[in-house]
Design a protein around this ligand. Structure first.
Ligand code: FNR
Length: 420
């Protein structure tokens, strides 16, 4: 209600409240390539459309005169009370939206007490984001690398960075058929973008060093350190003509290092041969709770329970991976039934506001992940933009609960909806 009052009393927001207007503002604020990467989906973007269409098949069914003067949006998730049922889904290459990237998102998340899932493809090392977040709740999202040493190292760092949980994303063992990016011949990682988690990693530096040694590269054999890697890549990205003068950078420029780093990334980024039995290795690498992200089939939800997952993220990556796939909201009820309350279920993909979140919660989600909308907020107004977008989701959910006659998240259930 504080948000609503400010909104109707002349305080103009920094980012549009309307979802469509927000996306258009983000388009204006970014390059064609950046916007294509942020907004695009796989193939004909039919999965993206299905994600949205699924919400339209449900309606909130309001009840009146139920004393909703006090509302409580808090939930219990992974053993902790959380102020709201939202979290920020991992979004890689946030530098495409704004130079402050993950640091801005982390600050906003922290300010609103919303957990932030740090991306494996972040633009800033997790240690830097963790420092910016203070006590703010953060989780780490892992893409299962072809290098076990790298997986172990990333998880060690996640623990040291105060991450409360690990989210293993299982729907991106190969990259989706991203039509917009293909048309623009754009893959950020090959330009050294979105690989900060690797270039800040000692195991990755070692892998790059070995590749440079193997491939030769003339007289230049730099001693590869994470700092040097990061400098080399930012130089590679900025292109020729840069006037940075750091000694290490000059050394890097004379070496095949940026190319070796990118090639090493492409080698180790994922392991498409991964199977359920190998997930057990996670327990050797970390004692943190593990959530599996990218599950849309109830049988996979069962297998997740079998391997001891501590949570499930019902997600189709915002329609960026498999085109003509199942909408997450359509997949949710069967998964909720199968899981039967044993572990929490987070839903993302297609959530565009508080009323959408209400529907997902009513169909049995424990919590809801915000994706592209916060990236758009970041593009339009940096940290402030993210804060406003997330706050708007919370405020709209609060008002929806009040107007539908619900005082707490627990009261939102299947009876709160009508199927269209
Ligand atoms: C993502 N997503 C994602 N997921 C993940 O596990 N690791 C990642 O690095 C990324 N990176 C990423 C970049 C961009 C630009 C987008 C839009 C998405 C998927 C993300 O976590 C989430 O599942 C979707 O964004 C949810 O869908 P909506 O809400 O964006 O439609």
């Amino acid at each position: 209600s504080e948000v609503y009052r400010a909104g109707v009393s002349g305080t103009k927001p920094a980012v549009p409240v309307d979802g469509g207007a927000l996306e258009r503002a983000a388009r204006r604020a970014t390059s064609a390539e950046a916007f294509a990467y942020l907004a695009g989906g796989a193939g004909a973007e039919a999965t993206m459309a299905a994600n949205r269409a699924a919400f339209a098949r449900w309606q909130v069914w309001p009840r009146v005169l139920r004393d909703v003067a006090e509302r409580d949006l808090s939930i219990e998730l992974l053993g902790r009370r959380r102020a709201t049922p939202f979290l920020l889904s991992p979004i890689g290459v946030a530098e495409l939206a704004h130079a402050d990237a993950d640091v801005a998102v982390g600050r906003a998340a922290s300010a609103l007490d919303v957990p932030y899932v740090l991306s494996n493809q972040a633009s800033r090392p997790m240690e830097e984001v963790a420092a910016a977040m203070g006590a703010g709740s953060r989780w780490f999202q892992l893409y299962w690398s072809a290098s076990d040493e790298l997986n172990a190292s990333l998880l060690r760092r996640a623990e040291a960075s105060g991450c409360e949980a690990v989210v293993v994303t299982l729907d991106t063992h190969v990259l989706g058929w991203r039509t917009r990016d293909l048309d623009l011949a754009f893959l950020p990682f090959t330009r050294g973008q979105g690989i900060a988690q690797y270039t800040s990693d000692p195991v990755f530096a070692d892998l790059v060093r070995r590749r440079v040694a193997r491939d030769g590269g003339g007289g230049a054999r730099p001693k590869v350190t994470p700092t040097l890697l990061a400098s080399a890549l930012s130089i590679a990205r900025a292109g020729a003509g840069t006037r940075l003068v750091e000694g290490g950078v000059r050394e890097a420029l004379r070496s095949p290092l940026p190319r070796a780093a990118v090639e090493t990334f492409l080698d180790v980024f994922s392991d498409p041969s991964l199977t359920w039995d190998r997930l057990a290795r996670l327990r050797e690498w970390t004692s943190l709770p593990v959530l599996l992200k990218g599950i849309v089939h109830p049988d996979d939800a069962s297998r997740a329970l079998d391997v001891g997952a501590d949570g499930i993220v019902v997600s189709n990556h915002g329609g960026r991976q498999v085109d003509r796939s199942v909408a997450t909201l359509d997949a949710l009820p069967a998964i909720v039934e199968r899981v039967a309350g044993r572990v929490p279920i987070v839903l993302d993909s297609g959530v565009r506001g508080g009323a959408d979140a209400f529907i997902a919660l009513a169909l049995g989600a424990t919590a809801v992940g915000i994706g592209r909308p916060y990236a758009y907020g970041l593009a339009v107004a940096g940290e402030t933009g993210v804060r406003e977008v997330v706050r708007n989701h919370i405020a709209e959910l609060d008002l929806t609960m009040a107007l539908a006659g619900h005082r707490s998240i627990d009261e939102i259930g299947r009876d709160s909806l009508r199927a269209v």
